[in-house]
Design a protein around this ligand. Structure first.
Ligand SMILES: [Zn+2]
Ligand SMILES: [Zn+2]
Length: 330
């Protein structure tokens, strides 16, 4: 009886810590792009309000096959934009305009904006220039030195940093692996984990397997004692059956959800990391021509719908599956 009471007490304690996280909605159907983008013009950017202080922005598939997600978090003294997407031209992609319109306050006393990146790949920072001339906007550099310096990581990739938005604190977790500069953000207010290309319903491309394994362990340890409402990544490359869309496809019918609703718990995030660990232990890596460093290894893994479940798998990717655009490291 005592034991039963103890269990009930534990359950209540855990549910009350869950209830502290500000809730929101992921009830959104993202634009699926088009088979023929010329014949079917699309709005360049979509905005979904997760809640009144949290916005999910996505570049349209017809504007860029990467269709990256960006996140805008509003605090009481500052707002935070995570990533600036894959399109530079403000005529084609009015990102800064869209973001500034979402910020509370009227010009010239808009809420100050801090712009950060999950990592240096061009599809997450091509829109940086749109913010360069705006007052009250601080942009953090995307190279490793800038990232370490700004967050004051003395022992990168160990340690945590915080961003203070007033009444809203964001934890920053170094997660090199996909790319050497990668970080993951955790919003204590909503318990959302913004995972960039480290974890998403799509191809998990890993530039440095050992670093990624260590990052996976760090994230797993981080989420162990914290609630995670959803894990929100940088792209969706799966359909609803967790099959990968063709590389560079601009048409995503029946696209997988951004965050697996069943995968909303911390447990599932840990499961996904465990999956990655397993993959690394098996060394399912092979020479990769799908990243910027031809002599390194890349691993092409699927970790989305199957995240944390037995059906999740890692598949071998033909090198041609990742022909990059010949850009600077992305
Ligand atoms: Zn990337
Ligand atoms: Zn990306």
């Amino acid at each position: 009886m005592l034991a039963a009471l103890f269990v009930v007490g534990l359950l209540m304690a855990s549910s009350s810590s869950w209830s502290q996280a500000a809730t929101g909605s992921l009830n959104v159907h993202w634009n699926e792009g088009a088979k023929d983008c010329k014949a079917n013009p699309q709005a360049p950017i979509e905005v979904h309000a997760y809640n009144p202080q949290t916005f999910i922005l996505r570049e349209n598939l017809c504007a860029t096959f990467e269709a990256p997600f960006m996140y805008l978090l509003i605090g009481s003294t500052k707002a935070l934009l995570i990533d600036t997407g894959d399109v530079t031209d403000p005529e084609r992609m009015p990102l800064a305009k869209t973001v500034m319109n979402l910020l509370p306050g009227a010009e010239p006393s808009k809420l100050p904006l801090l712009v950060v990146h999950t990592h240096r790949h061009l599809d997450h920072r091509a829109g940086d220039g749109q913010f360069a001339h705006l007052s009250n906007v601080q942009m953090i550099g995307w190279d490793l030195d800038s990232v370490r310096r700004y967050y004051n990581f003395a022992d990168w990739p160990n340690g945590l940093a915080q961003i203070n938005l007033g009444d809203r604190t964001i934890d920053v977790i170094p997660t090199p692996g996909h790319n050497a500069t990668h970080v993951v953000f955790y919003d204590r207010n909503t318990a959302l984990l913004f995972s960039g290309d480290f974890l998403m319903p799509g191809r998990l491309l890993i530039d440095d397997a050992d670093a990624n394994l260590a990052s996976s362990k760090r994230v797993a340890a981080f989420v162990k004692d914290r609630p995670v409402s959803y894990v929100l990544g940088g792209h969706i490359e799966f359909d609803s059956a967790a099959k990968t869309f063709a590389w560079e496809s601009q048409y995503h019918p029946h696209e997988h959800a951004l965050a697996d609703v069943e995968g909303r718990s911390a447990r599932s995030a840990v499961g996904c990391q465990q999956l990655q660990r397993l993959l690394h232990r098996k060394r399912q890596v092979y020479p990769g021509q799908f990243d910027s460093h031809p002599h390194r290894h890349g691993c092409y893994c699927r970790c989305g719908a199957g995240c944390g479940r037995a059906g999740a798998d890692c598949v071998h990717s033909p090198p041609q599956a990742r022909p990059l655009k010949g850009q600077a490291p992305r």
